[in-house]
Design a binder for this molecule. Structure first.
Ligand code: NAD
Ligand code: GLY
Length: 367
């Protein structure tokens, strides 16, 4: 068992990582139940695969579970399901001091976090992430959001959870493609500022993907420790440090937009291809050793993640892809901050990137 703390003064909280923790959920979550009941929000797939373990443990501790079960998928992170969720929480008379549990991946975590931030001007919530992506990234740090017609994650808030309970064994029921997509976010932490961890990924990543408990617990702990430190330093992404977590996301977002934010390219897969492109673009600019860019591409390829436009199933040309980048919510005063790298573990934020040059690079990279 490992505990990582997010140091945010009065809003500090712990992330507890323990194989099998869900089977002992009451040990960790009973303190969040008021009047002998706890409200858990999840999606249909997670309700089938993981909710029974949580419910059994809580019932044995005489705590009733009120479950709100939403459809799976990115579309759930929208106005319609937000409204349904808020109405259900109001009908259950959830109060300001109460905790709502988000059991699921990033979709449920982001939606429940946002609902909690506005219900009666703010109630509390606990994250119980069940995908690798949510265990290493989205459940930590308090970014909550729903999608709008104009784009993804455009309506949201910063609202920190009170506690994050990570049971890596929940990944046993997650489809391998989803585990692999989440693994891209693990690799990301190595590429940002931890070259030793990237080297660990190169040698042990396959074990993690095969479900080896030691490997996945280690990777989750290392990843959330990195994220916790960044969030504690720059909670609201004002100093530029938290922006490092967006490595690969600007390219990735354009690839996701081109593939219609669909199952053709999962978010983590877009991030994987985006990170490979960010490293190759940095090498193209002459600021990153070619060998480092090749190492990044080789590892992503070795684990079966998209690493270029073709493997990301993207057909658009450079100009069109850059067009998608112009709608990025990070655009400020006509400039798009870009995450580039001086090498593995040396990511930095650049405001000097010329988008026409990016478009030309993308066409050349495809060639
Ligand atoms: P997801 O929540 O859609 O989960 C992926 C699929 O796996 C779903 O079909 C779900 O039902 C299923 N699933 C989840 N856990 C399961 C389990 N243990 N067993 C079987 N099936 C399971 O997707 P995700 O990749 O976890 O999250 C993506 C979302 O996260 C996006 O909306 C993205 O914007 C958001 N995100 C947020 C942040 C943040 O900081 N808030 C960071 C990264 C991504
Ligand atoms: N996933 C990016 C962030 O939390 O800032």
């Amino acid at each position: 068992m490992a505990i990582v703390s997010v140091a945010l003064g009065a809003r500090s909280y712990d992330i507890l990582i323990e194989e099998g923790a869900l089977t002992r959920a009451a040990d960790h979550l009973a303190r969040y139940a008021r009047g002998g009941r706890l409200v858990v929000v999840t999606d249909e797939r997670v309700a089938q695969a993981q909710l029974p373990r949580l419910t059994a443990s809580m019932t044995a501790a005489n705590i009733a579970i009120e479950s709100i079960i939403l459809p799976p998928g990115e579309k759930t992170k929208g106005w319609r399901h937000l409204e349904t969720l808020l109405d259900r929480l109001l009908a259950l008379e959830v109060e300001r001091g109460d905790h709502v549990v988000a059991l699921g991946g990033g979709v449920i975590g982001d939606l429940v976090g946002f609902a909690a931030s506005i219900l009666k001007r703010g109630c509390q919530f606990v994250q119980v992430p069940t995908t690798l992506l949510s265990q290493v990234d989205s459940s930590v740090g308090g970014k909550t959001a729903i999608n709008a017609a104009a784009g993804k994650n455009l309506i949201g808030s910063f609202h920190q959870p009170s506690f994050v309970l990570v049971d890596p064994s929940t990944l046993d029921t997650l489809p391998p493609r989803e585990v692999r997509a989440g693994y891209a976010e693990v690799v990301k932490y190595g590429l940002i500022d931890d070259p030793d961890f990237f080297a660990w990924c190169e040698s042990e990543g396959e074990k993690l993907l095969a479900g080896a408990p030691d490997a996945r617990s280690f990777a989750i702990q290392r990843s959330v420790s990195a994220k916790a430190a960044i969030v504690a330093d720059d909670e609201r992404e004002t100093s530029g440090r938290r922006a490092l977590l967006n490595l690969g996301h600007t390219f990735g977002h354009a690839l996701e937009a081109d593939t219609g934010f669909s199952d053709t390219l999962l978010h983590g897969e877009g991030v994987a291809a985006g990170m490979a492109l960010a490293f190759r673009y940095s090498a193209h600019l002459g600021i990153c050793p070619q060998a480092d860019a090749e190492r990044v591409t080789a590892h992503l390829k070795a684990v079966g993640l998209p690493h270029d436009l073709a493997t990301a199933h993207v057909t658009a040309g450079g100009k069109e892809l850059v067009g998608h980048m112009l709608h990025d919510k990070k655009m400020a005063a006509g400039t798009l901050p870009f995450l580039l790298a001086r090498g593995i573990g040396q990511t930095f934020l650049s405001k000097e990137v010329v988008l026409d040059d990016v478009a030309a690079f993308l066409d050349e990279d495809r060639g």
